[in-house]
Design a protein around this ligand. Sequence first.
Ligand SMILES: [Zn+2]
Length: 256
Amino acid sequence: MFAHLDTHARRIEGGGTPDHVWQSWPGLSELPVIDAAELVPPGARAVIVAPHPDDEILACGGLLQLLAAQGSALLLVAATDGDASHPGSPLWPPERLRQVRPQESAQALHALGLAPPDWLRLHLPDGGVAGMTPELSAALAAQLRPGDRVFTTWRLDGHPDHEACGWACASACSASGATLVEMPVWGWHWATPGDTRLPWHRARRLCLSAAQLQRKRDALRCFASQMQGDPSTGQPPIVAGDALQRLLHAWEVYFL
Ligand SMILES: [Zn+2]
């Protein structure tokens, strides 16, 4: 999966670090705990910038529930429509993915128990966000205001689109006075416990209840295009097995 992606040494290939390896590492459960009200204080707005439809749930499907419960204003930004997830697939041509993947995101939000949020869709090229970083940064800066808490994928996550969203958000936040929080998604794949390439000193752990974790699991089932194999090409699911389990822990990790 993603064997073609190689961002310097942060390789997304093979099955990645098995989830049981992460689960059995005490360093994870020793990360300092943070709560939703610290991540998004009362009165602040949360802006979630997702490189692809599904990243908003994989990275922060637990936080989204907690933010809804505490009444935080929310803006979701979809950088791409995720239409490059199935290259050469007769079953999932780009035009179908462009329609279906945003619908899957909306269904997943509903499964989390959220009302339909404000959604800004930028329709950037899937796989090509790195070439659009100035445009993304400008589009975000036009939306952001001081006090916003912006959540996006980590600048060194390993997937080029994820990294580009991280850099664009960092730039837009510094221009607008918003605060950036980064989230690892593919980092769990190529990194290993205690890996010095991860900024553990910035990492905080948001604990999820069993019910919140179950709703996150239910929400992820809405992404059928990503969670099911493709019989037309014989390709396995894009997100399954360890790739899914690594993001279904009883906590989510945020880099402050
Ligand atoms: Zn992604």
